[in-house]
Design a protein around this ligand. Structure first.
Ligand code: SF4
Length: 291
């Protein structure tokens, strides 16, 4: 059986950067706390924990003083930086530059649209760290929409500035933007100021992978998708594979592989999320080759 690894699989630039920053900080020998898991991948978190990285919750962060805390690639809202300042915590900022520039843009748009009461709408997953950071940047006029079902939170008579969590599906984002646009059009005669500005904030490291994964899934009999179960990007990209190839299987660790999945298969494709380390994908490919 031919076993291929999808060339684009492995950490995205933002996660790779955050892991490198953590490794450098740990080399200095001081205790480094990570506010939340540095990456949605238990195996990689365990590897960094062995190097000395201590993952903490927000409740634990509140109680810390005089230490170093790493902000992961998802970024944090302004309140986290304020708390760190109060408690003499030095922040090791590993926010992905793409996320950071989106936070800055949102802050600017929120400020400029203050007088016209513009709504900063974030299309994303409720409770996701990146979304919490983006809503924090938006301030009181920030609105979260998770899908078509809660678009009623938007006042269609007022201006809307739409942003998406970087790992959302491009197609679904376009659908959401189109429904907002149609709703605004219906009332635009009475409310001519109700403009919609859609910001293209889906990360190309993710959107570029969707068509490639689609092709890759079609080219193989069986697809093994490796990802942490908490990764929303992983769930989204696995959905892309599954749609193209029903013999797609999601695993979070090599032990979950089942030999019966490969019965009568002449080719297997191994791929993963932007939070899956390349070394883990290679390890899975080696095991599949040996089956
Ligand atoms: S998916 Fe894109 S925006 Fe998100 S951390 Fe990775 S590189 Fe940054």
């Amino acid at each position: 059986m031919k076993v291929d690894i999808e060339p684009g699989s492995g950490f995205c630039f933002g996660v790779e950067n955050a892991v490198k920053i953590a490794e450098e900080a740990l080399r200095e020998g001081e205790t480094v706390y990570s506010l939340g898991e540095i990456v949605h991948n238990d195996i990689e978190v365990a590897r960094l924990t062995d190097l000395g990285l201590q993952t903490i919750t927000y409740e634990e962060f509140e109680k810390l003083r005089d230490c170093k805390v790493l902000v992961r690639a998802h970024g944090e809202p302004p309140s986290t930086y304020a708390k760190a300042g109060e408690n003499n915590i030095s922040i090791i900022d590993a926010t992905c530059p793409i996320v950071r520039s989106m936070q800055e843009k949102i802050r600017k748009v929120a400020d400029v649209s203050r007088l016209e009461k513009g709504q900063i709408v974030i299309y994303g997953k409720e409770g996701h760290a990146e979304v919490i950071g983006l809503l924090g940047a938006a301030g009181p006029r920030g609105i979260l929409v998770t899908g078509k079902e809660d678009l009623g939170r938007i006042d269609f008579t007022r201006p809307v500035f739409l942003f998406a969590q970087t790992t959302k599906s491009k197609i679904q984002y376009e659908v959401v933007a189109e429904i907002i646009r149609l709703n605004m059009e219906k009332v635009s005669a009475e409310h001519p100021g109700n403009t919609l500005k859609v910001h293209n904030t889906i990360c190309r490291q993710v959107s570029g992978r969707e068509p490639k994964l689609r092709d890759f899934s079609r080219q193989h009999n069986v697809i093994i998708f490796v990802s942490g179960r908490k990764s929303s990007n992983g769930r989204m990209l696995f959905g892309v594979c599954r749609k193209e190839n029903p013999r797609s299987h999601f695993i979070s660790a090599p032990e979950e592989l089942k030999s019966e999945w490969f019965r009568d298969a002449s080719s297997a494709g191994i791929c993963g999320a932007t939070s899956t380390p390349r070394w883990l994908i290679q390890e899975v490919a080696e095991i599949v080759r040996g089956l």
